[in-house]
Design a protein around this ligand. Structure first.
Ligand code: 5GP
Length: 182
């Protein structure tokens, strides 16, 4: 089986992703040149964006990983669970949370709350994809947004459907037949 065959449409191709990620990296280089930020990767979906973005940033920075679960399959379970908290002290540090996609914003709201309790010097969010039409909270205002996308369920570049499709090098819309099969 070739996972590319289950993609109905490529929404954002590899080249477009790389170009935009480079632009965001440049902005972060300028905004954080003397701040030694801690880049927080939200597992598992942000892994590709995190890696590509951090590799293009040329100022000193540190990596941290965090895990929260909110989705099962293509619909929200409405449940948010923090499964892993940071291991390096974040007090007085400049934090950049790196997210794959913001949909309702509820996952990030929960994560942001935990991060703020750690008294960072600053906290900003970058998300590769944003679906503002689905937002259920006004607390989440990402500083760096890769692409604003319509209300479609997308996979690839780290994003999954039941743990598959993360390894696609582009962002694509999954064929409905895949949902119907499951
Ligand atoms: P939120 O709490 O903002 O509704 O959900 C954010 C999380 O839901 C993302 O980190 C991602 O794991 C998942 N999610 C939301 N929309 C999509 C989508 O279109 N595709 C995939 N694969 N995951 C999504």
């Amino acid at each position: 089986m070739n996972i590319n065959n289950n993609i109905k449409k490529i929404l954002i191709d590899e080249k477009t992703l790389e170009k935009r990620i480079e632009e965001i990296a440049k902005e972060i280089n300028e905004d954080y040149y003397d701040k030694n930020p801690v880049m927080i990767c939200l597992l598992k979906g942000s892994i590709s964006y995190f890696a590509h973005l951090c590799e293009k940033i040329s100022i000193p920075l540190e990596y941290e990983f965090l895990r929260a679960s909110s989705y099962h399959g293509a619909t929200s379970s409405g449940q948010i669970k923090l499964l892993h908290v940071p291991t390096i002290p974040l007090k007085n540090r400049h934090i950049i949370i790196v997210e794959d996609i913001i949909d309702t914003g509820l996952t990030l709201s929960a994560i942001k709350k935990v991060m703020l309790e750690m008294a960072p010097a600053s906290l900003e969010i970058t998300t590769l994809l944003d679906k503002p039409s689905r937002r259920l909270t006004s607390e989440i205002n990402p500083k760096y947004v890769g692409f604003t996308i319509p209300d479609e369920f997308v996979v690839g570049f780290g994003l999954d459907y039941n743990e598959e499709y993360r390894n696609l090098p582009y962002i694509g819309i999954l064929d409905e037949a895949v949902y119907k099969k499951n």
